[in-house]
Design a protein around this ligand. Structure first.
Ligand code: 3SL
Length: 236
């Protein structure tokens, strides 16, 4: 039976061997949720990049839209920040355009996970699509939590628990303490995720940046149930 394990921070990736595995990259607040929303709203493909310089360069080279965030704020000089609502604004249609995005933790975590056999972006918004993909792959899975500057983040781990629960009959979700812990956290919080996560560090950070509407949006389960950002060559 393939195993589902969870890496609580990209700083712990050196403890895992990604080869032959499916890596599910998670940054619930907000990079993975924003990427799923952008694709769900008609962005054709996404180039996730680690640095702002790469974001500018990709934007020029591919003639695509650009999105960038640092420390929770939109980085100056780009079309969008990292709010999913940027891609829901009827006044700024995005359908049919490509996007490059760079965020503090999420896109960097993705770029650090490319040794995996398959790389997908997971969020509560597309939990069903991720679960279906993983089920079909029948390989060991590592959920890579983007965290915050190397630190553990509750919301990313809770997502890992939600995914583990969906896959529990076909995957080994009990031989890793990390997965067991994530399952316990998910079971604690699932009845009212917004209330459960209200005290988390990143929610407090977003509230102080007046981005609190993003928080509830990103916790919707399966709002984009058929959106599956899969890494292919240089893009999602
Ligand atoms: O670090 C990231 O990748 C971001 O998602 C953080 S924030 O939600 O934009 O603050």
């Amino acid at each position: 039976m393939p195993k589902l394990d969870i890496c609580f921070s990209p700083e712990l990736l050196h403890l895992h061997d990604l080869r032959g595995k499916v890596a599910v990259i998670v940054d619930i607040l907000r990079a993975s949720s924003t990427i799923v929303t952008a694709l769900g709203e008609g962005i054709t493909h996404v180039f996730p990049v680690a640095t702002l310089e790469e974001c500018t360069a990709y934007g020029r080279e591919h003639g695509c839209l650009t999105a960038a965030e640092r420390d929770g704020l939109p980085a100056p000089g780009f079309d969008f920040g990292n709010s999913p609502f940027g891609f829901l604004d009827a006044a700024r249609p995005v359908r049919g355009r490509a996007l490059t995005i760079s965020t503090t933790n999420g896109t960097a975590a993705l770029r650090r996970s490319l040794a995996a056999e398959a790389v997908v972006v997971g969020a509560f918004l597309n939990l069903a699509a991720v679960a279906a993909f993983v089920r079909q792959q029948q390989r060991d899975v590592l959920v890579v939590c983007a965290g915050w500057k190397g630190q553990f983040c509750l919301e990313d781990t809770v997502f890992g628990g939600a995914l583990a629960e969906r896959l529990a009959s076909e995957f080994d979700v009990s031989s890793s303490d990390a997965t067991l812990a994530a399952l316990h956290l998910w079971q604690q919080g699932r009845a009212d995720l917004p209330a459960y996560l209200l005290q988390s560090a990143h929610v407090r950070r977003l509230n102080s940046l007046e981005a609190s509407q993003d928080f509830e949006f990103c916790l919707q389960i399966d709002a984009y149930a058929d959106v599956l950002p899969v890494w292919r060559e240089d893009r999602l």
